[in-house]
Design a protein around this ligand. Sequence first.
Ligand SMILES: [Zn+2]
Length: 284
Amino acid sequence: MSRINGFVGRRNFLKLVGLSSLSIGTIIGCNSIISDREQITIPETNPNPNPVTANEAQRRLIAGNKRFINQNRQYPNQSQRRIQSVAREQYPIAAILGCADSRVPPEIIFDQGLGDLFVVRVAGNVASTEAIGSLEYSTANLGTELIVVLGHKRCGAVAKAMKNERISGNIGVVVDGIKPSLDQNQQRRDNFDDVDGNENDQQGTDEVDDNENDQQRIDDVDGNNNAEIANIRYQTEKIQKNSVVLDRLIRAGRLKIVSAFYDIDTGKVNFIEQNSGVRSQNEE
Ligand SMILES: [Zn+2]
């Protein structure tokens, strides 16, 4: 493949992932990912000649967010020279699946510049097929080793999904992409209540403790953000479950997917631990 790594033609991308157009359609159209797994390959090595590890990328994002919060921004990689250096190739350090909300622009809140972040934005940070395809391009083609699913406080799309009201136009597609996360969250709360009622079950009691700790950590960020955080977790899981390419990269140790919550009151990004609560960036 050409060193010029701007958006490659569809034919080249198909060649990269080893798929025929027929099998692409099959994957997108139904649940037959498993049957097509054998045909999907990932590049043997990271296309970036100087790969940035996921941990290093996350460290840079955390540092950039601290600069943003402290009004100590560097506005890096925005010079005329940078424009030219990334004109023919790009190796972004992280891919972000974020909400389209006007108050959550990743390059600003992480204090990054041109060519640093591969940003996919859609209301409610919904992991649509198009979004997942874009993330596959960033990781498999451009060598990004970190994906951040970035939701935020007072997300209008999540609020819309919580109201069981009639929606006109295509907003309904966005809302439909969020609703399963709310159902999942309700189910989790119901399970919590069920376990809580059985004090004689030692295993159940342990589960209560875990759930309480989990819930406590979530509430620490903001007791009113459960729906947003549930949606972030759901979209993160959806990405992992619906992409063979990303799954292969993870298994090869060349990709990490993390969840993060942006507080629009403070400007702070908190990374969310897998299967537990919210971890403050200060603990890094
Ligand atoms: Zn939002």
